[in-house]
Design a protein around this ligand. Structure first.
Ligand SMILES: C[S@@+](CC[C@H](N)C(=O)[O-])C[C@H]1O[C@@H](n2cnc3c(N)ncnc32)[C@H](O)[C@@H]1O
Length: 330
């Protein structure tokens, strides 16, 4: 496999620079800094907490399929991370009072990416590379169903080390068939690290890049897309999500989302990147990638958020879109 020497070097995932620029833009983020060394990414815990809450939904029509999320978190995670009670109905009622939309988006996102994984594995994908894996549990939930698939979890060394401890405690050990690739995207060469871990660019692959692009600089987003375009076998796929530029501008100018924004900045993980509505196809084309489909909030409701009795669970955020991408012939 060819390496991409410039990949993830320099400014690509430069959280320090990202934090500095957001600190300048947000008065609430004056003490923003990168994720403290040795600590697990806070946003990865929060994302898993939303999934764990959604997995408690008694209705299979709207339940989040990530039944392992809660087992990878500390016992009091709902209170600690989302300030919600343990009981699902009580938590949902309290969440609704807040008028937020993240929880519904998270449920739609998990269901969509799971669906893509199942489709790809059934169509012959042999590798799943999870970029910025956090507490993603797909390797453990899908390994038995698709034993031919090798999973690669890529993340910062500290977040990954912490996650491995959690997986050992929850599952009794680290499963074979999962390669853990500790990568600091600021310093390391992802292509080289993946190759060392056994990644093959002659095998059909699904890349999952969930809840990561909006924490990067544009150069980092472009480098990731270029890497996938050049290092994946044609016919492979990428699924990811992006924040709209319009929403990012509203957050930066203080018009919306200030509480969440301040919390992310405090933990060294501010939003830094967005794509203008209606421009994702062109944005992908610059890397030679082909847009297969884009899901906005209204699409997610119809596909993933209708209960068994026909009720809408809730309206997901309009600020984040889900995207499926095909890697064409080089
Ligand atoms: C919001 S979390 C998403 C985690 C997971 N994909 C999910 O959806 O639950 C962002 C992830 O990107 C990872 N990340 C951020 N900066 C990174 C860097 N410089 N190198 C490697 N991983 C990074 C974090 O460690 C974290 O796991």
């Amino acid at each position: 496999m060819q390496c991409c020497p410039a990949f993830f070097r320099g400014r690509r995932f430069n959280l320090a620079a990202a934090c500095l620029s957001v600190a300048l833009l947000l008065s609430t983020a004056s003490s923003a800094m990168a994720v403290p060394p040795g600590e697990i990414s806070w946003t990865s815990l929060v994302a898993a907490a939303y999934r764990a809450l959604g997995a408690k939904d008694p209705d299979p029509g709207t339940r989040n399929p990530d039944y392992l999320a809660g087992r990878l978190l500390d016992k009091d995670f709902l209170d600690k991370l989302l300030r919600l009670p343990e009981d699902y109905q009580a938590a949902l009622a309290k969440y609704r009072q807040r008028g937020s939309s993240t929880f519904y988006y998270m449920t739609a996102r998990t269901k969509y990416i799971d669906q893509v994984l199942i489709q790809e594995a059934m169509a012959g994908a042999e590798q799943v590379v999870i970029l910025g894996a956090g507490l993603d549990s797909r390797a453990y939930r899908f390994q038995l169903q698709f034993p031919q698939v090798r999973f690669f979890e890529v993340d910062l060394p500290a977040t990954q080390a912490n996650k491995k401890q959690r997986v050992k405690a929850a599952l009794g050990g680290l499963p074979v068939g999962v390669a853990y690739v500790a990568v600091d995207f600021d310093k390391d060469d992802l292509g080289q690290m993946l190759a060392k871990a056994g990644y093959r660019n002659d095998r059909r692959t699904l890349f999952i890049w969930e809840a990561v692009s909006y924490y990067l600089q544009e150069a980092g987003v472009r480098a990731t897309l270029d890497f996938v375009a050049k290092q994946a076998k044609p016919g492979s796929s990428l699924v990811f999500d992006y924040l709209t530029q319009e929403a990012l501008d509203r957050i930066k100018s203080g018009q919306s989302g200030q509480r969440g924004s301040a919390a992310r900045a405090r933990h060294g993980e501010p939003f830094t990147f967005g794509i203008k509505r209606g421009h994702v196809r062109d944005f992908l084309a610059k890397s030679g990638l082909v847009l297969v489909e884009e899901l906005q909030a209204r699409d997610m409701v119809g596909r993933f958020l209708i209960s068994s009795t026909g009720q809408v669970l809730g309206l997901p955020s309009k600020s984040i879109h889900l995207v499926l991408v095909e890697i064409p012939s080089h």
